[in-house]
Design a protein around this ligand. Structure first.
Ligand SMILES: *Cc1c(COP(=O)(O)O)cnc(C)c1O
Length: 382
């Protein structure tokens, strides 16, 4: 049995006719760039996220970057964020001319550790970007409290956390903005690139709408220098259809995670992911940990050889990426993030995963861990 890491074909097949109908409507209307299909999705996604407004943009990286620009973050400013993320979080900060300042993550959740934020705050600090990694929200209350005390803005990187909750409030409704990606593999994925910013501020909504459209509030009247960061009409139409199934699909992911958790209990040398008591994890990624980094790499390879596609999210923390070498961090700067990077292994996770597939993943994983972790270290692995 071959088990994919994610199965978009199975995800889309039952809705094919509905997608084709909606795309047909966009073709007939000619509303390809922004327009009514995007506006409808913006209303629906805002309602889903519990934020008053949502603004559709080109992708999740745009959502982060345009948020920072709209909030006036620029050269000379520092923005605190997590090194355990996809590069885009830091790139958005850099593309404003500001400097990312990393803070280590929590050992259990791999999200920004509130206890380590305050020592990193300087007179240049303007904002904090917690990353809701893997579909689990960062511990927002203490982060918001620190931000309030120091007059900082909190921007949520919710690119992996559509529908995740913190004490009953959904991702994107706690920060001054929430940034979402609808990259095809995300829990809510477009047929290409798309993203959104959620916010409670009408002023920010207007600014981001202007920024995504060359700074024009009225056609060919440019009040500011903006960019082309619009969402496609087709993506708006497709996302509207998929949004109606998101809650159910997140429930399926949670059920799969529970099944994995139960089945993986008692595998020696393997740590299953934990759901923090404060919230609801939506398992964009189901990441286990294997304490021995070499064993992790070998298990990844052996799983692939046995037909089970796994992944690593992410193998190199941002502070150790070549692109950010100039910041002067090095190995040991953020030990928890570095440990996660060397130990984590993402198992197949998608709503259509079957009980048989879960059983097969667990069976193969047990066999691989047995073979690798308990193998004498001198024995070479093919
Ligand atoms: C996917 C992702 C992004 C970037 O989103 P794109 O739509 O690919 O630009 C940013 N941050 C995190 C945590 C992500 O997972």
């Amino acid at each position: 049995m071959t088990i994919p890491f994610l199965d978009l074909k199975a995800h889309h097949a039952p809705l094919r006719e509905e997608f084709l109908g909606a795309i047909g409507e966009v073709i007939d209307s000619g509303a390809f760039a922004s327009g009514p299909f995007v506006a409808q999705f913006e209303r629906d996604f805002a309602a889903f996220s519990g934020a008053p407004y949502a603004v559709g943009v080109g992708n999740g990286t745009d959502a982060l970057w345009l948020s920072l620009l709209a909030l006036g973050v620029g050269p000379g400013d520092e923005v605190i964020t997590s090194p355990s993320t996809f590069l885009a979080t830091a790139e958005a900060i850099s593309f404003c001319g500001a400097t990312p300042v990393f803070v280590d993550v929590d050992e259990r959740t791999c999200t920004l550790d509130p206890a380590r934020i305050e020592p990193a705050i300087t007179r240049q600090t303007r904002a904090i970007i917690p990353v809701h990694l893997y579909g689990q929200m960062a511990d927002m209350d203490p982060i918001l409290e620190i931000a309030r005390r120091h007059g900082l803005m909190v921007i949520e990187d919710a690119c992996q956390a559509h529908g995740a909750a913190y004490k009953g409030r959904r991702a994107g409704s706690l920060g001054i903005t929430g940034c979402f990606s609808f990259y095809p593999g995300k829990n809510l994925g477009a047929f290409g690139e798309a993203g959104a910013v959620t916010t409670a501020s009408d002023d920010l909504r207007k600014k981001i709408m202007a920024l995504r459209d060359h700074g024009q509030a009225r056609k060919y009247h440019h009040d500011m220098i903006g960019w082309n960061g619009r969402m496609d009409g087709i993506q708006g139409a497709v996302l509207g259809i998929k949004l109606k199934r998101l809650e159910r699909n997140n429930e399926l992911r949670r059920a799969h995670a529970a099944a994995y958790g139960q089945a993986l209990e008692g595998i020696e040398g393997l740590i299953a992911p934990v759901e923090a008591a404060y919230g609801q994890h939506v398992y964009h990624i189901y990441a286990v940990r294997l304490p021995d980094p070499q064993a992790r790499d070998q298990v990844l390879e052996e799983m692939a050889a046995r037909g089970v596609q796994c992944g690593i999210h992410y193998p190199i923390p941002v502070h150790l990426q070549e692109a950010y070498r100039f910041l002067g961090y090095g190995p040991g700067s953020f030990p928890v993030a570095e440990r996660w990077a060397s130990q984590c292994l993402s198992l197949p996770m998608f709503p259509e995963l079957t009980a048989d597939q879960i059983a097969a993943v667990v069976r193969e994983l047990k066999a691989c861990v047995q073979a690798v972790v308990h193998r004498a270290p001198t024995v070479a692995v093919a």
